[in-house]
Design a protein around this ligand. Sequence first.
Ligand code: AHG
Ligand code: MN
Ligand code: MN
Length: 335
Amino acid sequence: MPSFPITLTRYILHEQASHPEATGEFSALMAQIGLAGKMVAHDLRRAGLINVLGVTGATNVQGEAVKKLDELANETFVRVFQFSGLVCALASEEMEQPLYLPENWPRGKYMLLVDPLDGSSNTDVNMPLGTIFSILRYEGRDKLPSEGDLIRGGREQVAAGYLSYGTSTVLVFTVGQGVHGFTLDPGVGEYVLSHEHITMPARGKQYAANDGNYHKWPAGTRRYVDWLKETDKTGARPYSARYSGCLVGDVHRMLLGGGLYLYPGETNKPEGKLRLLYEANPLGMVVEQAGGLASTGTASILDVKATTLHQRVPLIIGSRDDVQEAEAFIQGRRT
Ligand code: AHG
Ligand code: MN
Ligand code: MN
C-alpha cells in the first residue's frame, strides 16, 4: 500500500483492485456508511443547538425510551441507503420491522443491520456515542428478502464495524481480513487510515461492566468480577474499571489497549440486554478479527443461533485470555 495519506476511498479502491470479481458495490456501500457517519457526527456536534437533546416520548421495540438523536441517526441511515442502489433491506434496532427497498432491487445484493446510535444515555451529557453495523449478502434472486433472510449467524457477516463518536470520529471495520481504523479529518472531510491491522493484546488490565447490576448477576459472574478487583502479588490485578455507558467506546478502548467488556446475563434475565444482530455479532466479528474473543459466557457469540430480529444475548468481549478466564468463572470451572 502506498504511503500517507491513505483515505478511506483510496483504501477501498486499492482493496477492490485485488478482487477482480468485485463489482464496486461493496466499495460504494462502505463509502455510504462513511457518509452516514459524517452526518451523524455533524448532528452530534451541534446537538445542543438544534433542539435534538432529550427523548421523543416514544418507546422502541426494545421497550426503551427513544431519544431524539436515536430517531435522527436512524433517519440518517434510512435516507443514505434508500435509493442508493446498494442494499435491498435495512434492519435497525430502532425499527420494529426491517425496511425492504424495492427501489434498490435487484441490483443491491447486500443487507444492512444497524444500531444507529449506541450509548444513547450519553446523548445529553457530551459523552461518547457510536454506530454499529453488520453487512450480510442476500443470495436470493427472484424476490426481495424477508425477515428470515436477515436473521443469520455471526459467521455469515461479510463485513462489520463501528463508528466511534468521541473526541474524534473513528471508523473501524473488517471484511474478514483484519481490522483497520480510519480517523475523520474534519478539516478535509475525509477518513484517513490511522490504525492499520489492529491487533488486540492477549490480556489487558481494565474491565467495563455496569457494576450497579452486581446483585442481579449469577454467582460465577460476581465471583469473576470480585477476582478482578483482588490484589495479585505479581501486580496483574486489580483491574481498573472503565465503563462509559457506550458499548462502542468501551470496546474501542479494549480493542486498542486490551481488557474486556461484560454485559452478562442476569439471574432473572439470562438473555442479558444487548442485541445479537445489531451489537454482539458485528463487534464479535471485529474483535475476533483483531485476535480477541466474544462470548456469551458459554459459547462464541458468532456461533449463537439467531432466531429473532431483536434477540438479546449476554456479551463478554475483549482480549482472548481475559474472556477465557471470565468463561471459566461463569461456567464454574474456576471459583
Ligand atoms: P443503546 O444506546 O444502543 O440502547 O445501547 C446501550 C447499550 C450499550 O451501549 C451500553 O454499554 C449499555 O447498553 C448500557 O446499559 P446500562 O445503562 O444498563 O449500563
Ligand atoms: Mn447499542
Ligand atoms: Mn442504539
